[in-house]
Design a binder for this molecule. Structure first.
Ligand SMILES: [Zn+2]
Length: 475
């Protein structure tokens, strides 16, 4: 789900220019564009020999910077906005079919990450058609540049895209990214390696002539991506984007850059060969490169859903993992990022499933999450309870214990329960399903008694009667 935006190997000019604005101050970048053909605001004409010569020149430079030599000639072309739009539409269909896109969008909706009926496809096509400066198509092994990019800005776009081209010739990037499927979080992590390494090489190219090497710069912290994202919000389409969409677009570039910088510091570009051989397993390893280098990966987690969840009227839309990135986005949507960040960093594995009722199109969402320790689980419980209260404003039949929270809403009942280092949540379900689930997980059916002093405690009856006994026999 969280990999809603699957447009590999694109470069978004807003991102590029954001980088340039931010870095040009402190590091006084070399003015690479000064000698570009047709300098100024003119665009290059298709098959312009000067344009083609510039591509070859930048390609050579990128090969020198990364150490990845060009193994085969590269196709290159200049494309109009209409051609880029057609490419975006084609890619969208190839990356995920309409059924998968529907499932992803509905999961984002149940998590509150995009508004109901938000037309994600139309939004992305408009955004990308507006923003793409250039792209590398790993299927056709072809480099495109948009014909509206001024000649003096083309070199930077080229330096990014041509890094993808070289990387592709050495590591066959398309199957490498796809090998992470169906795990969306793992795929986003691999995507971040590609975008981050291309961003790093692009910056290296920009730093030429300054005497500064990227790997000698202090570690990028999150303030850099945040500052760059600030610039981005000035782009008209991104301004309209829900925060989750914006963050999903930015993540591979900037968190990928932070990760790539750590890779470069550990041994330069040759170290990427090791990263391609042992890809990061999740977005946590991208956000915390030390976790990647220590090779710490959560033990697998199963949902263990009860049979009732697969009743005749419900269809499974998708089962996947949110990852640290997703958990942070979900909490951030209702709380602030500073609050969301530390508890998301305690992520130690998760799995979710989204079901849809055939006729009513109602959603039912199951989440099982493991945190690093009991304290982190307690904190998640507190914060997610708060988030749920904000998400479901009209709550009735509220029941609350120290590790249990449930209520009814106009979208069905909502349950949150933590036990040790784990938490489970069911949204849009029924008490019978939830209790069966707890049974299958081997968790005690009844949590500790609710706090009598809590004025929000209205009703604990939903946990007590028949299901506890009747369902126990069906486990
Ligand atoms: Zn890229």
């Amino acid at each position: 789900m969280l990999f809603l935006i699957r447009f590999p190997r694109l470069m978004i000019c807003g991102l590029l220019f954001g980088v340039l604005t931010t870095l040009s101050g402190p590091f006084s970048l070399a003015q690479q564009g000064a000698t570009a053909p047709g300098a100024g605001k003119q665009v290059a004409a298709a098959n312009d020999p000067a344009f083609l010569a510039t591509v070859d020149e930048v390609l050579k430079e990128m090969s020198r910077i990364t150490g990845w030599e060009l193994k085969a000639p590269l196709k290159k072309s200049i494309r109009s906005r209409e051609e880029i739009r057609a490419y975006v539409l084609r890619e969208m269909d190839e990356e995920k079919d309409s059924k998968e896109r529907y499932a992803s969008a509905r999961t984002a909706e149940v998590l509150g990450l995009i508004p109901k009926n938000f037309n994600l496809d139309a939004f992305l096509v408009d955004l990308l058609t507006e923003q793409i400066a250039g792209l590398y198509d790993p299927k056709a092994h072809e480099f495109y540049i948009a014909d509206w990019i001024p000649a003096d800005e083309q070199r930077m776009v080229m330096s990014h895209e041509l890094t993808h081209a070289l990387e592709d010739q050495h590591f066959d990037i398309e199957p490498w990214v796809r090998a992470a499927r169906p795990n969306d979080d793992a795929e986003l992590a691999r995507e971040s390696v590609l975008e981050g390494s291309a961003m790093a090489a692009m910056l290296e190219y920009q730093l030429q002539g300054t005497g500064i090497k990227l790997k000698d710069l202090p570690q990028f912290d999150e303030s850099i991506p945040a500052a760059l994202a600030g610039d981005l919000s000035d782009t008209p389409m991104l301004k309209k984007a829900p925060p989750f969409i914006k963050d999903s677009l930015i993540f591979p570039y900037f968190n990928g850059l932070t990760f790539s910088l750590a890779v470069l510091k550990s041994g330069g570009y040759p170290t990427f060969a090791e990263v391609f051989a042992r890809p990061p397993a999740n977005t946590q390893q991208i956000m915390h490169p030390d976790v990647y280098f220590a090779n710490r990966t959560p033990a697998p987690l199963k949902l263990e859903l009860p049979g009732a969840a697969r009743g005749a009227s419900w269809t499974l839309l998708e089962e996947n993992s949110l990852g640290e990135f997703g958990v942070r986005e979900v909490l951030k949507q209702y709380l602030d990022d500073e609050t969301a960040k530390p508890v998301a960093a305690s992520w130690d594995g998760d799995i979710y499933a989204t079901f849809e009722e055939k006729d009513s199109k109602k959603l039912m969402f199951f989440l099982r999450l493991r945190l690093a320790n009991r304290e982190a689980a307690n904190l998640f419980y507190t914060l997610y309870s708060e988030a749920l209260e904000k998400k479901y404003e009209n709550r009735t039949r509220i029941s609350r214990g120290s590790h249990f929270f449930s209520f009814d809403s106009d979208k069905g009942s909502v349950y949150l329960r933590c036990e040790g280092k784990e938490c489970v949540a069911l949204e849009g379900g029924a008490s019978g399903v939830f209790l069966q689930w707890l049974g299958k997980l081997g968790w005690p059916l009844l949590p500790e008694s609710p706090k009598k002093s809590d004025p929000s405690v209205i009703d604990t009856a939903i946990l007590q009667p028949k299901p506890a006994v009747a369902i126990a026999a069906t486990f």
